[in-house]
Structure formats: structure tokens, C-alpha cells
Design a protein around this ligand. Sequence first.
Ligand SMILES: Cc1ncc(C[n+]2csc(CCOP(=O)(O)OP(=O)(O)O)c2C)c(N)n1
Ligand SMILES: [Mg+2]
Length: 404
Amino acid sequence: MTMLRSPMLAASRLTLARTAPVTTRPMAFLTARAFSSSAAAARDTVLRLPSNSFESYNCDPPSLDVNLSKDALLNMYRQMAIIRRMEITADGLYKAMLIRGFCHLSTGQEAVSVGMESALTDEDKVITAYRSHGFTYMRGGSIHSILAELLGRKTGISKGKGGSMHMFTPDFFGGNGIVGAQVPLGAGIAFAQKYLHPNAATFTFYGDGAANQGQVFEAFNMAKLWDLPCVFVCENNQYGMGTPADRSSANTDYFKHGDYIPGLKVDGMDVVAVYQAVAWAREWALTSGKGPLVLEMQTYRYAGHSMSDPGTSYRSREEIKKVRSNNDPITRLKEQLIELQLASEEDIKAMDKAARAEVDKAVELAKKDPEPNVDSLWEHVNVKGTEAPFLRGREPSERHHYNR
Ligand SMILES: Cc1ncc(C[n+]2csc(CCOP(=O)(O)OP(=O)(O)O)c2C)c(N)n1
Ligand SMILES: [Mg+2]
């Protein structure tokens, strides 16, 4: 049965009106819709997005009026707080040399995975690149399984053998390390969806740094030829490693890159705008004959590209500070919740504290978990029973023979 993941069905509706531009956050984001008590606000408010939340290309943009329950909004806050805490914890574990290898954090980008998931069902599919911890959590991975994976433990979501870049759940196809390679895979998943789950769509993520690859355009072409239910989502965090988007892209309007595929630019720092855009895109992709879409999520990464990048040699500390203080997705939602009287400062603090406790508990558990057995390195390379007779290890002389 198809089930909405977030509690959208709760009776209360909320209307909120903000005037925030995509890149700077205004102080007064609510225009008054009468509500006389907090109970009334929770029940009967309408949420209005600022007029520049979206910019469309060859399509009409989604409505700026968003219906979301109080529960759904609080849940979004809680989820973003957990992802932020998980990433900060991973940062500390890496610096303590408890996490080895690659590790790409998504602090600053939480509204994208959280807003998206709130609009999806269990049957929809998602695939992304290596900045995948938040997506893994939102697609059903537990905090413990993600942190255990980062720590290389047997209890990790990929049994401690995948690490930061290779995390999967039944609805989430990873976690892919080769830049752009997941884009045609996403089109392929959408192709399968068209036959297997006609009421589901596939969301295929890639970065601004991947957006000009040839395979992205090949995937666009096939997706449009066959009108696949594929939403291509360019998560534009402004940089590909140390290269700013306008140094790598002749056209930084990524939502227009689909040419014959319509597109939408979204304020990706506003979790509600992301929710509305994804719900609308999903509907579009599932409407017969409309086919794919390109979404561009305008977002920002606070951390460096990976742990080996301090992230300050190609951009100024002031730039990062400005986004953090003017446009942070968690602070923005917090202010909305308080303004709408859906949560008090104390409620927010309690949610932050609970997120911290949940992550701390998971990390303590994971630290005590065992590492995978060395023999398990030979497992899960192929589907069990379909392995070649033997597999080579690091050197030609190192061979593992499978017993069939
Ligand atoms: C095919 C390929 N080329 C180069 C790399 C090295 N590389 C890793 S991440 C990256 C930048 C990608 O930037 P973007 O797509 O914007 O994603 P972001 O890191 O910003 O999330 C590059 C060039 C790679 N992993 N794969
Ligand atoms: Mg990028």
C-alpha cells in the first residue's frame, strides 16, 4: 500500500506568508492571516511562500499557498535537526580519526532531503551522489546504521563496507561516488517504475559540478523520448569541490538545462518551498504524457567539499557566515514555527536536545559495535550465487574462490 511518509493527514492546516527572497531572509516573513490563539493557528492557517520561491521554465510554477499540518512542520524541524546533528557528529568522529576514507557532509543542505521526503511515498525512488547521509536517513536508514557505517562497523547500513558514499535502503539507490554516473541510472529506475509502479516517480539528484556532463543530457533525451516519470534534481550548492558554479557552467540556470524538458528553480533553503516543489513535480511526472522535469534546488554547503577540504580557500569565511546567519534552513523554519505559534522557543530547544540525545546514543552504540570480518570483504560483490569462480584482491596473487 502506498503511504505518505510524513503526517500530512493530520487535520490541522496552516497558512504562512513570507516574503523571503531566495538568497536573503527577511525579518518579517509572516503576513497576517487572522489567528487569535495558538490552537487556532495550528488548525486554520495557510502557509504562503514568498513570491520568489520559484522560477519556472516552460511551465506554470506551483502554487505559493501550501497546506501542511502542524505535525508535518514539526516533523520537518525534527528531521533537519537530526541530520544537522548527525553531520556535526560525523565531522568530530572524522577529526578524531574514527572515521577513515571519504566523508562528505551536507550541513546547510538539510531542507532539500527533508522537504523532498515529506512529499514522497514509499514507492517513489531516489538516487543521488556521494553527499548522501541525509537522504539515507530520510529514506529509512536509522541514525545508528548510518553512523556505524561511517565508523566501518558490521552493523552499518552497508555492513561497514560502503562508508560515507555507499549507503542504500530499499527506496534509495545510493550513495554513488562517480560524479554524474547516477543520473542515467536514475532514468533507468524511472523506466522500470513506469512499468512496475505506475503511481511512483524517481528523483535523480546531481550537483552543479555534474550538470554539464554529457551523460546528463543523454539521460534527459531518453527520459523525454519515453516520457519517463523522472524528476532530475540539480542540487546547486554553488560549488563543485573548490570551483564556483559560474566558473564551470556557461549557463548557471540549471533548471533550464533540460531545453525541451520544463524546469523549476526552487529556494532550497526553505524546506516548505522544497516540499511544495517536489509534491508538484511528482504530480507532473505521474501525469500521463508530461514526462520528466528538471528541478534546481538553490542551496549552500557550509562544510568543505569533503573532510580534506577546509572549504575556505576558494570562498571567504564571511560568505559562509552570511548564509548561516541570513538563510539557514533550520533557523528559518524555527522562526516560522514560533511566529505561527506552532512551537515555543522551549519546544524548539527540546527538539534540539532530543536530536542531540538520539544521535549521541546512536554513536555510543556504534562505537562498541564490531568491525566486519575480513572474510566478508568477498561478499556482496555480486548477487549471491552469481559470482565468478574467483575474485582478485589487492594483488594478483590474492584470490578468493567462491564455493558454490
Ligand atoms: C567522474 C568523476 N570525475 C571527477 C570526480 C572527482 N570529484 C568528486 S566530487 C567532484 C565535484 C562535484 O561537484 P557537485 O556535482 O557540484 O557536487 P557537490 O560536491 O557540490 O555535492 C569532483 C570533480 C569524480 N568523483 N568522478
Ligand atoms: Mg555542488
